[in-house]
Design a protein. Structure first.
Lengths: 180, 149
């Protein structure tokens, strides 16, 4: 009667529910994962100005001064313009197809200077910057289509073609807050 | 003759082996566990992003460091002055941003600074922060915006 049971059951864990547990975890991570893509306007800031060295001289015709005030009113080289005209005007200034004496000598030399009043809301500043970026994008697209038959963003990253177009239309944008 | 055209019936049972399913599911699970970013920042400033059309995606999220700017959230649903937040802290001294960002740049030389700025915040603050970024040497920035509809 006191004899121990000899027969042992095979020690096996039932693995059939493992799939269910894994599925549950999987669903949890699926739900919590937010694949939110960050989008925004990319920029490269210029290096800080050296106080002792004077900035290189810039010919007046190569610089487009854009002033934006807190109400969103725009001056381009002292001319009041509406935001819808900015892109067209900028493209004319950078590309200068008719070799106008008052516009940029070449696209490489063109500098867009964006000056904003201190009180300006960020929204207005971004709208303005968006137009500047739009002007450069259209010019780069046009050059890319003429040379390679595709739009600029469809060129391979870091390919010589892409770099050539970038060198043709370098984004030279200076951003400053208006003093005073 | 008719017997020649009789279709052969498969003798075995048609069953998909399911023993490998847990492995497949675990693999998917690990994928999602690895890609999930649990590091969430509690925002101490109000943030409504503005919209723009000339935008690009940031593909390499590991390179990104965020700077938040907007009116400070005060207790009782009130909004204070425009403040700068980096990671979990509000930075009151704008001059300190230089060192913070420089340290981050040393850790990640290809750093991209994503500026998440409230659409109504003043340009002056952004301008001051950008001057600090220039001093820190973090030149690659990104103005975070939504896609224009």
């Amino acid at each position: 009667m006191l004899m121990k049971k000899k027969k042992r059951e095979g020690a096996e864990i039932n693995g059939s529910s493992m799939a269910d547990i894994a599925f549950l975890l999987l669903i949890f991570f699926l739900v919590t994962t937010t694949i939110n893509v960050d989008t925004g306007i990319g920029m490269v800031l210029p290096p800080p100005l050296d106080e002792e060295v004077d900035p290189p001289p810039i010919r007046e015709r190569n610089q487009m001064n854009i002033l934006v005030n807190a109400q969103g009113l725009i001056l381009m080289d002292e001319q009041p313009v509406s935001i819808n005209e900015v892109r067209q005007k900028l493209m004319e200034f950078i590309d200068n197809p008719n070799n106008d004496e008052t516009l940029a000598v070449s696209p490489e030399a063109a500098i867009v200077s964006l000056k904003t009043q201190k009180e300006t809301p960020y929204r207005i500043y971004i709208d303005m910057l968006d137009e500047v970026m739009g002007a450069y994008k259209e010019l780069r697209d046009a050059a890319s289509r003429a040379n390679y038959g595709v739009e600029f963003n469809r060129l391979q990253p870091e390919s010589p073609q892409r770099e050539q177009i970038q060198d043709m239309y370098p984004k030279k944008i200076s951003i400053a807050a208006e003093e005073g | 003759m008719a017997g020649h055209f009789k279709k052969k019936q498969a003798g075995t049972k048609q069953e998909v082996p399911t023993s490998a399913m847990p492995d497949v599911v675990f693999m998917l699970l690990f994928f999602f566990m690895v890609t999930t970013v649990l590091r969430e920042v509690t925002l101490k400033v109000k943030l409504d992003l503005t919209q723009a059309s000339q935008i690009e995606k940031i593909e390499e999220k590991r390179l990104v460091s965020y700077i938040y700017m907007g009116p400070e959230r005060l207790p009782g649903n009130q909004l204070g002055d425009d403040k700068v937040q980096i990671d979990d802290q509000i930075i009151d001294d704008i001059g300190a941003i230089r060192n913070i960002m420089y340290d981050k740049l040393l850790e990640e030389p290809r750093l991209i600074v994503s500026l998440r700025v409230d659409e109504n915040s003043r340009f002056e603050l952004l301008s001051d922060v950008q001057k600090e970024l220039q001093q820190a040497g973090t030149f690659r920035i990104n103005y975070s915006t939504k896609r224009e509809e």
